[in-house]
Design a protein around this ligand. Structure first.
Ligand code: BTN
Length: 330
């Protein structure tokens, strides 16, 4: 109990330091804001320094956050986050098997709309269609978002497409790179995959209880550490631009952009998202090979998506087949 309270005030102090990053905050002010003693503040400042935060302490001025340990922490993402709902509740894990698995578990326990599950290190990341997802400690983004839209099940693929638009727009805003989307939701730059999205549902009869959207973004992976699979060439934003990107502001930008698109979607439906997705789509009008779950392969021209976000494949005989879930090759 005492330890839990100490951890909570440590978190709260860190939030305040992030929120006042370029200025000193006195011990007195912190203790007033948090309703604890100055000795308790000093104890938690020491604990933060032990955790690897560099905090400058100057008599009569107070404390100033100079730097944080590599990777992510909850306060860095929460401080200054300009969203209404998304990420206002964060479950942060320094290390976890899969944020997706955890998000499904806490969604089942009633976690609210907009809850974010985030980690510094994911050891058993899950991908689409039974694939795995690799992500090195402290260098990449691995997170799962819990949404509770009032939506019939058959509309949920639209949220996957919306997520892909939010991710490409975030990458463009943060790095200047303009990426393409391979249906349904792989984000590629010059044919190399940078982002993976996995959408899973908790549903009752035809209605959705929760949608859990898992997003993996290869941000700062060094070129030599990039792991490729047989059918997928991967890259990272750092490998492409040579820059390193701070992860917390990246996540904040994503959440803000996602929330804006999500509000438009809930108000106006998929017509608000479809043109944005189509503008980024790289395989429309192209001859593609579709590997469906179970191994069945279809070939044809990707003609577009319908209002449910389903891919329309025109086969050699001119007939149109709807593709709900598959790996695309070309
Ligand atoms: C894919 O392209 O196959 C989808 C990959 C999705 C990976 C993310 S990383 C965060 C979340 N947790 C997981 O275990 N998987 C998703």
């Amino acid at each position: 109990m005492v330890q839990k309270m100490a951890n909570q005030s440590k978190k709260a102090i860190l939030m305040l330091l992030y929120e006042h990053q370029d200025q000193f905050l006195s011990g007195q002010r912190i203790s007033e804001l948090l309703g604890c003693s100055r000795t308790a503040v000093w104890k938690q400042i020491k604990a933060l320094i032990d955790d690897g935060f560099q905090i400058q302490s100057v008599q009569k001025k107070g404390y100033k956050l100079l730097s944080s340990p590599e990777g992510l922490n909850e306060a860095a993402v929460k401080a200054g986050l300009r969203t209404k709902k998304l990420g206002q509740m964060i479950y942060f894990f320094d290390k976890i098997g899969s944020t997706q698995k955890e998000a499904l578990r806490i969604a089942d326990e009633g976690a609210p709309d907009g809850t974010l599950v985030l980690t510094n290190e994911q050891t058993q990341g899950r991908g689409r269609l039974g694939h795995t997802w690799q992500s090195q400690r402290g260098t990449n983004i691995a997170m799962s978002l819990i949404l509770r839209p009032d939506l019939p099940i058959d509309k949920t693929p639209q949220l996957t497409l919306l997520t892909a638009v939010a991710a490409t727009e975030t990458i463009e805003k943060v790095t200047g790179l303009s990426c393409g989307i391979k249906w349904p939701n792989d984000i590629l730059y010059k044919g190399k995959k940078l982002v993976g999205i996995l959408t899973e549902l908790q549903a009752e009869s035809t209605y959705v209880k929760a949608v859990v959207i898992g997003i993996g973004i290869n941000v700062n992976t060094e070129p030599e550490a990039i792991q490729e699979t047989i059918n997928q060439v991967a890259s990272s934003l750092h490998a492409i631009t040579g820059e390193h990107y701070a992860l917390a502001p990246f996540i904040q930008s994503f959440l803000v952009l996602f929330e804006k698109l999500y509000e438009q979607y809930l108000e106006r439906g998929f017509s608000a998202i479809r043109p944005l997705w189509e503008r980024r789509a790289i395989n429309l009008g192209k001859q593609i090979k579709v590997r469906q779950p179970g191994g069945r392969i279809l070939e044809g021209v990707a003609r577009g998506i319908n209002d449910d976000g389903v891919l329309l494949l025109e086969k050699g005989d001119g007939s149109i087949t709807r593709v709900y879930s598959a790996d695309i090759e070309w």
